[in-house]
Design a protein around this ligand. Structure first.
Ligand code: ADP
Length: 163
């Protein structure tokens, strides 16, 4: 049984994330998607965020309902602590560009040094590689239409928050 942990802030989850989760669901027996607090990214409370952690977990659960080997949780703290807690064999990260690789490689090496757990990378399809939650938040907050970039449960909530 190969279990992988896919951590991220997912504020909001977008189609780049969904692609990684769907690919991983074919590669691994089990995927735990964890919405984490990222102090460098805004939250609804500190400003700049779109959804609180509970809402993000609810949305990701809805988005992944068609994948029966995906579970969703939330976490604040060290990713390696969560990886140990859920018995993950690997940590999963998506890669958009070389710039992602540089920071993600350093983080992967740190996580390996802390826990002995390796990180597995899945590259984004080029059509999705420009997607980033931060940009989606910025465009949304300035009134732009991101409906082709996010799954339906996100679209629906963004629409109802505007009406
Ligand atoms: P973002 O990086 O979009 O602001 P997260 O921090 O929630 O959002 O990202 C969680 C994980 O998903 C990270 O491993 C990140 O590299 C990966 N990821 C983000 N966007 C994409 C994308 N467009 N394609 C593939 N992986 C992505």
């Amino acid at each position: 049984m190969r279990r992988v942990l896919y951590p991220g802030s997912f504020d909001p989850i977008h189609l780049g994330h969904v692609e990684i989760i769907e690919t991983a669901s074919h590669l691994f027996d089990d995927i735990v998607v964890a919405a984490t607090v990222n102090p460098q990214k805004g939250t609804p409370k500190t400003g700049g965020g779109l959804f609180d952690l509970d809402e993000r977990v609810e949305i990701i659960t809805e988005v992944c309902a068609h994948l029966d080997n995906v579970t969703v949780t939330q976490f604040s703290g060290l990713v390696v602590d969560l990886a140990r807690q859920v018995n993950a064999d690997f940590i999963l990260k998506g890669l958009r560009a070389v710039s992602d690789y540089e920071t993600e490689l350093q983080m992967a090496q740190m996580n390996h040094a802390l826990s002995g757990i390796h990180t597995v990378f899945i590259p984004s399809a080029s059509t999705r590689s420009f997607l980033a939650s931060k940009l989606i938040r910025e465009v949304t907050q300035l009134g732009g239409d991101v409906s082709t970039m996010v799954p339906e449960p996100v679209q629906r909530r963004l629409k109802s928050s505007l009406s």
